[in-house]
Design a protein around this ligand. Structure first.
Ligand SMILES: Nc1nc2c(ncn2[C@@H]2O[C@H](COP(=O)(O)OP(=O)(O)OP(=O)(O)O)[C@@H](O)[C@H]2O)c(=O)[nH]1
Length: 430
């Protein structure tokens, strides 16, 4: 303040002196000094190009691709999804777009199969996991010693949430999903295919959606009102959420003009006519007025929360137990020692457990060996007894054979003796 006053007083003096001396003051053409700083930034950004990452969440066939094509005035190729996927997936596509001499690297992440499954938790968990994975990748890059200057920041800057044009209320899956991601991403709710709902119903539907979001404590993105130049527009737009949008890549003839629209038997719906739908409001808010704020909110709010939670989980903190500030290095050193001690303890524990297991196994083996040996001895004994029994039986049999042979020989002798005496008797008679 002091230096500003000082400058204006000295400028006044110079002015008075110039008037007194009747000296002409020339105004400078062009910019000199540090007033040129914004131009440097603009030139640098134009050279580098911009990037923007959009997440489109909505049921299969609700009009996600068509709206993106309408927003960026392109015809980005995308295949249609089926209604029969077992799980919700995400299709990620990156495009390099150019408008005048402004380059934009656009990443569109689209849900595939959303709302087609019975399991609701399985429907929104992949979306949460994806958002967290992008934060994690950025955090890992940030923590690297050698960071890449060409790193592509894939954090989601905005989530366009497509609400079915039922005209009634939000579905439970809508509430569950938005509740799950509202602290991780800027949500802009949209009523898709708004041409299928009448004007009166649309107003009631919008109020119903907003009251449901509020009663369920769901935070949606609020267009910022702290910059005076856009405060009024943004605050009136906040009152118009959710935007009722219609998408179309078709050009339709209206009078002598060709406009983007949808042709119906009763007339033409012009996408860029603010009386027909909120498409222009969405495009202005998203691309012209608040793209930088969406990126800033992603970085300073959502990413910061993720970073805080993750580092805290890892044990990092800014103050110690005595409320004194502690440096990252001190915490790292303490953690290192703690981790080293823990490793040592676990190693000791493992060694002990291993030794005990070896001992137990050894005892078990010895017991089994002894049991086997006993069994073997027992079998050997039985076998020897069997052998002895058999030997005895053989011996008895052999004795019986000898006896039998003797008896047989005696019988044979007895049989031959009477025959000889009869023959002798016969000879004598003759
Ligand atoms: N009435 C009406 N139809 C629309 C609108 N937007 C898209 N459609 C039509 O809805 C159909 C599906 O549109 P897509 O843009 O492919 O929908 P999507 O959500 O990307 O589909 P998936 O990727 O298959 O999930 C197409 O026939 C579009 O012409 C709209 O605002 N109003």
């Amino acid at each position: 303040m002091g230096s500003k006053n000082h400058t204006s007083i000295s400028t006044q003096k110079v002015e008075r002196h110039l008037q007194k001396e009747n000296i002409r003051r020339l105004t400078t053409l062009g910019h000199f000094g540090f007033e040129c700083l914004p131009y440097q930034l603009v030139n640098k950004s134009m050279r580098q190009g911009f990037s923007f990452n959009i997440l489109c969440v909505g049921e299969t066939g609700i009009g996600k691709s068509t709206l993106i094509n309408t927003l960026f005035n392109t015809n980005l190729k995308d295949s249609r999804s089926s209604h029969f996927y077992p799980n919700v997936g995400l299709r990620i596509q990156t495009y390099d777009l150019q408008e005048s001499n402004v380059q934009l690297k656009l990443t569109v992440v689209k849900t595939v199969g959303y709302g087609d499954q019975i399991n609701k938790e399985g429907s929104y968990q992949p979306i949460i996991d994806y958002i967290d994975a992008q934060f994690e990748a950025y955090l890992q890059e940030e923590l690297k010693i050698k960071r890449s200057f060409t790193y592509h920041d894939s954090r989601i800057h905005v989530c366009l949430y497509f609400i079915s044009p039922t005209g009634h209320s939000l579905k439970s899956l809508d509430l569950l999903t938005m509740k799950g991601i509202d602290s991780k991403v800027n949500i802009i709710p949209l009523i898709a295919k708004a041409d299928t709902v009448s004007k009166n119903d649309l107003q009631k539907f919008k109020s119903k959606i907003m009251s449901e979001l509020i009663s369920n404590g769901i935070q949606i993105y609020q267009f910022p009102t702290d910059d005076e130049s856009i405060a009024q527009t943004n605050s009136s737009m906040n009152g118009m959420l959710p935007f009722a949008v219609v998408g179309s890549t078709d050009e339709v003839k209206v009078g002598k003009r060709m406009v983007r629209g949808r042709h119906y038997p009763w007339g033409v719906l012009q996408v860029e006519n603010e009386n027909h739908c909120d498409f222009v409001k969405l495009r202005d808010m998203l691309l012209c007025t608040n793209m930088e704020d969406l990126k800033e909110q992603t970085h300073i709010h959502h990413y910061e929360c993720y970073r805080y939670r993750t580092l805290q989980k890892m044990g990092f903190t800014d103050v110690g137990p005595d409320n004194q500030p502690v440096s990252f290095q001190e915490i790292y050193e303490a953690k290192r020692i703690q981790f080293y001690d823990q490793c040592q303890r676990e190693e000791e524990e493992l060694k002990k457990r291993f030794m005990q297991q070896v001992k137990d196994r050894e005892t078990a083996f010895k017991d089994a060996e002894k049991e086997l040996q006993d069994k073997f001895e027992h079998l050997k004994r039985i076998q020897q007894e069997e052998i002895m029994k058999l030997e005895e039986e053989r011996r008895q049999l052999e004795e019986e054979i000898i006896d039998f042979c003797k008896t047989k020989a005696t019988c044979e002798t007895l049989q031959t003796q009477p025959c000889t005496s009869i023959k002798k008797d016969k000879d004598r008679k003759k």
